[in-house]
Design a protein around this ligand. Sequence first.
Ligand code: PLP
Length: 461
Amino acid sequence: MSSTSRPPSQPRFPDASDEFASAPPDEPLLSEAEGAPRSHALFERARQLMPGGVNSPVRAFGAVGGTPRFMARGEGAFLFDEDGRRYIDFVGSWGPLIHGHAPAFVHEKVKAQLDRGASFGAPTALEVEMAEIVCRAVPSIQMVRMVNSGTEAVMGALRAARGFTGRSKIVKFAGCYHGHADALLVQAGSGAMTMGVPDSAGVTRAQTQDTVVCDFNDTQGTRQALRALGPELACVAVEPLPANMGLVPPRAGFLEMLREETQRSGAVLLFDEVMTGFRQSFGGFQQVIGITPDATTLGKIIGGGFPVGAYGGSRAMMECVAPSGPVYQAGTLSGNPIAMTAGLATLQALDAASYKYLERLGARLEDGLRAAVEESQAEVQLHRVGSMWTLFFSAQPVTDYASAKTCDTQRFGKYFHAMLQRGVYLPPSQFEAAFLSLAHTEAHVDAFVQASREALRELSS
Ligand SMILES: *Cc1c(COP(=O)(O)O)cnc(C)c1O
């Protein structure tokens, strides 16, 4: 009998797990070209037409080598590539697919909405429903504005924070990702604080001169930086549970310090929960840790797999946004009925049992993976929080951007490919989190653990 049973409220994907449980355990391991001829051919065409052959960089497998798999279909916990190979997927479109691929109870509603129209450019009841759910769920959000991506959400939130405070400086943390807005495409050099040096070509010094970068988990250094900025500081932007340098949990006291210091100086504390919102709990990571910021950005899960983002915060700050106030921000397709329908259906199917199930599955995965690590004596650090995890190929603790960079990315690449060959699809970069969904079962987790045991053994031999 399984101890981790699917919550009864959870819609079931017919026979995904049963089919998997009866699948032959070891398909022959194929070389890159043998295993993926159609992906190879598509990648060749794509590279002539799109930068790197992709529409978002990490998809190109640049960090792990080899040919990206071109995906043809998703179903529950599985992805199927153009060559007909099946993978247990632990990427979940980088977070949005908390119910797994193509959940019928979401897609039925999207199809019905399509028959009524894809976009009106006028207010809809769906947007009101979405705003009600978000404002009720997320402690810091009294009012919300829907946009089309996490990047847009952060841009809007920063502008609102600056408009609201009348100040200009922003603090971000090395290794935290907030989308590709110019002002936040900055990392740190060494030291507790580095004045904004542009990190991407095409971003000018002027665009980042008001951005100050601190080190995540550096409570003392950051406190000093915030105090030095004093009344110039408009906003501290942080992933409260960073997952874009791999998963790096906050140290006790770090986020509390940010809350304390921003309250002191009158700056806006922005939690970027584009990834963790509705993933770590229905109220986001802020609910888990009991710290309420002034503003929050959302995305990913709230779009149910469709392009979406949202930012919200106190009524006072959000009333600064047009047309209520002077901070301009708009969007042709913002709050469009398709994304709203998919997002609503996704959120309405989440309850306390969902998060309990994900935690139990996550704990099972962590236990199994730790045992596999011990067996192989691999020098790794395993971080897991709820349904997210990262296996860092580093001998030293990973607590921030600098320590994350000590990882042996070559070894990660080997692990990644050993897993891919065993039918497990992981994020193709050391510096990302992997995800469980409600479509995963114990059988999928156990298959992942078994594949990891073999992969790690292969690495150590
Ligand atoms: C994914 C992500 C973003 C960017 O969202 P896009 O929809 O890709 O623009 C911003 N912040 C965090 C924390 C994210 O994980």
